[in-house]
Write a protein that binds this ligand. Structure first.
Ligand code: FOL
Length: 215
């Protein structure tokens, strides 16, 4: 069943592909975080009320155990989204509503009904961290076929955790497929609202990109 569900990875990375520091994010960019929350929740209008109140229609966020632990407790589980946490040991999420734990991404995927009409409205997002980005981008076949990449252009933040350089390697497991950066128009269409490409927050410059794995 896992072949039918496409997963979109969402990540913010520096030009050196740095994504993390000391178990957390290297930066505090509230506007960028708002974009993350809006895209993964799947709100399509500009209204502040969540558009997907029916739990069956909610988007899914898949994350590794360390990423789960890195989310501030007041924002955890990420609201209005089904939270799936991957941990080989299994972790105790019994105190968290709308949250389940699985031992692998593929076992998490098999828990998601892929044929019901309700779930076809919902999107799956891989939200990190580096171990899951790497395994999902390099698996055969790749589990991720779309990446929403926020490129942090400047300054260069100190990082100790990095994103797999998926854009440059034409790995054999991808077969004939290659990663292509879409136009901003194509990105806006997929996201569903009018997002600006370039941003500056507190002196930090970044841009929103979308990459797709194509034949
Ligand atoms: N992708 C992008 N583009 N930016 C990120 O910061 C990011 N972060 C993660 C994964 N992909 C990303 C993982 N880290 C929260 C905190 C850390 C985190 C992911 C999410 C978090 O607290 N999210 C709240 C936002 C609350 C707010 O508005 O500040 C949420 O509801 O999504």
């Amino acid at each position: 069943t896992q072949g039918r569900q496409s997963i979109t990875a969402i990540v913010a990375a520096t030009t050196s592909n740095g994504i993390g520091l000391n178990g957390g994010l290297p930066w505090r960019l509230p506007g960028e975080m708002k974009y993350f929350a809006r895209v993964t929740t799947g709100e399509s209008s500009s209204s502040s009320s969540p558009s997907k109140v029916n739990p069956d229609d909610q988007n899914v966020v898949i994350m590794g155990r360390k990423t789960w632990e890195s989310i501030p407790s007041k924002f955890r589980p990420l609201k209005d989204r089904k939270n799936l946490v991957i941990s080989r040991q299994g972790i105790d999420v019994s105190g968290s509503v709308n949250t389940s734990s699985y031992s692998s991404v593929t076992s998490a995927l098999s828990s998601i009904p892929s044929s019901s009409s309700a779930s076809s409205l919902s999107r799956l997002f891989l939200i990190g961290g580096s171990q899951l980005y790497t395994s999902s981008l390099t698996s055969d076949p790749p589990l991720v076929d779309r990446v929403l990449l926020t490129r942090i252009i400047e300054p260069e933040f100190q990082c100790d955790t990095f994103l797999e350089d998926f854009t440059s390697h034409a790995s054999p497991q991808n077969g004939n497929k290659v990663w292509r950066k879409t136009s901003h128009e194509e990105m806006k269409e997929w996201v569903g609202w009018d997002v600006d490409e370039k941003h500056e927050e507190k002196g930090t410059k970044y841009k929103f990109e979308m990459w797709v794995l194509n034949d």
